[in-house]
Design a protein around this ligand. Sequence first.
Ligand code: SF4
Length: 278
Amino acid sequence: MNTELSLSFKITNWCNLRCAHCCEYSGPSEPATFLPLEKIEQYTIESIHMPIKPNDYLVLGGGEAMAPYMHNKPDYIPKALDIIYRYGYVPTIKTNGTWGDNDAKREQILHDIAKPAYEYQKLVTLDISIDEFHNNISGVSKIIYNILSNPDLCLAIRCCIVGFNTKKSAIALSKLKQMLQNQGLKISPINYSDWIVFTPNGDAVYLVVDYSAGIHDLGRAKDKKVYTSTGKPTGAISCLQIDNNDMAIYNYLTKEPVNNRPLNEVLFSLMSKQIKGY
Ligand code: SF4
């Protein structure tokens, strides 16, 4: 049994994309309902008092985590980030980055996520998949370019580009690299994977580039969901996820409704289910 735990909020199952491999079965026809901010605050407070306290890195995911901006809820992400920071966590936002193609949305979102990072003096991470399944290279390149050309954003936002250890993912990554170079940026690989991206005038941003994950499950491309493509439950860190239907999910394997029970009770119930193998 892993003792390190991470906490994650799957805020919606709505997504503007419908990737073939999506293990969350997300897509544009899913209801655009969101985990209420009151629940995010309640579970965040409860989590810091649990005997197994989650590590510092709290994830906001989906579906598309920036979906509230596409459904007239521009306050949702700033308020969620404020809750996460206020109780001592460091946020990671999982996004497909397609909003980077919309100039107004890109400006607004990058400003909104950088602001609390400054206030709480802790970086916010944007975790973006570039692989054979997502059609998002144009938007992601604009996000990176925008961050790099604004020193205030550079100091507040950390970008993490992730994909699979497949040839097709490597091709998608090289297309992103080419697009950034076409915008006049220079890329220096570090440690055989991560990049430092430079502007012509010498400003630079560090990009985490992680292509170590294998594909363990093809999501909706297969009949049966076992666990997500990138989250292998035998990994070093266990994961407790709460979704927009108030369902608690442990290691992507076992789940049950929270039903107004203390989060700690739900976690131990899920852990014991997993030990018993159902
Ligand atoms: S994999 Fe990500 S971007 Fe693709 S449909 Fe699922 S949630 Fe959306």
